[in-house]
Design a binder for this molecule. Structure first.
Ligand code: ZN
Length: 290
């Protein structure tokens, strides 16, 4: 029975190879999601700085790539195996693909889904990083504060008034992913830490009255972001996943009313509510009426 013995030997060899793989699950990679806006970048003080077609926009676009690449480098130094960058400003076509560190994947262009600035997030990620962020509409002492569009006066869920960093953290929280780091002006750092706890942060500038801002050089900001992101990802076990309890009731106040989203109620002039157990449905209502 030599043929049978040979077959047995092959089977035994196969089992010997396959058993350890079954017993020990493959180590998971470390996936980092980086959402990059522009108003909170080093040196930005006016909307013309971040508006395509304006003379200094190409300059600030380069600074955007610099802060993005600093965050990517920090993530890889902390052991990241995969990094996804989401361009999160305006039409989402500000980062020039060739300017971004080739180790990262770039999600570019406006998307139709409700995740918007967090398009691409899912439960396979381990940490979220915000770069270039700004405070919510109506924040005193902030640079270029607004919530998503210039039309939003306030956006709250379950009574919590939220900046973009707040509802984006809720979106990440839906998938069990914590936000571990934010870079932006002093006002957004304080505002987002008040919601999420003491996450890693770099305040690259601070409003000192009017449209004036005092801040770091882009080079210095990038050095601090690289180090801050690395530390924050290493310490990610300390960051909490941001959640509010379902059902989610939004109160949206706007300057100019948009058509009523299905299921939304108009409370008074410029004020709408919408309730759902599904956070993404609430964000879809917000996106439709903001
Ligand atoms: Zn923006």
């Amino acid at each position: 029975m030599p043929r049978f013995r040979a077959l047995t030997r092959v089977l035994v060899a196969l089992l010997a190879f396959s058993t350890p793989a079954l017993a020990q699950p493959q180590p998971r990679g470390l996936k980092v999601f980086i959402s990059v806006d522009m108003e909170g970048l080093a040196g930005v003080v006016a909307s013309a700085d971040v508006s395509p077609g304006a003379p200094d926009y190409p300059h600030f676009r380069t600074i955007m790539a610099g802060e993005t690449n600093a965050a990517i480098e920090g993530a890889f130094r902390a052991g990241a195996t995969e990094v996804l960058v989401r361009d999160s400003h305006g039409d989402k076509r500000n980062l020039l693909p060739a300017d971004v560190d080739p180790r990262a994947r770039l999600l570019r262009g406006a998307s139709s889904g409700p995740k918007n600035m967090l398009e691409g997030i899912d439960s396979t990620f381990d940490a979220v990083v915000f770069i270039g962020y700004h405070a919510r509409a109506g924040t005193p002492g902030a640079i270029l504060e607004h919530t998503s569009t210039g039309n939003v006066v306030d956006f709250a869920i379950n009574g919590v008034s939220l900046p973009e960093g707040g509802y984006n953290a809720l979106t990440a929280g839906l998938y069990g992913v914590p936000v571990v780091f934010i870079a932006g002006d002093r006002a957004v750092v304080d505002q987002v830490r008040a919601l999420l706890g003491p996450i890693g942060a770099v305040a690259v500038k601070e409003e000192i009255g009017g449209d004036a801002s005092l801040g770091m050089s882009p080079k210095r900001a990038q050095d601090e972001i690289r180090l801050g992101v690395e530390q924050a990802i290493r310490n990610r076990a300390r960051a909490r996943v941001y959640k509010l309890s379902a059902p989610y009731t939004m109160v949206l106040k706007v300057k100019q009313e948009r058509p009523l989203h299905p299921g939304a109620q108009r409370v008074r002039d410029g004020e709408f509510t919408f309730t759902s157990p599904d956070l993404l449905a609430v964000l879809a209502a917000f996106n439709a009426m903001k």
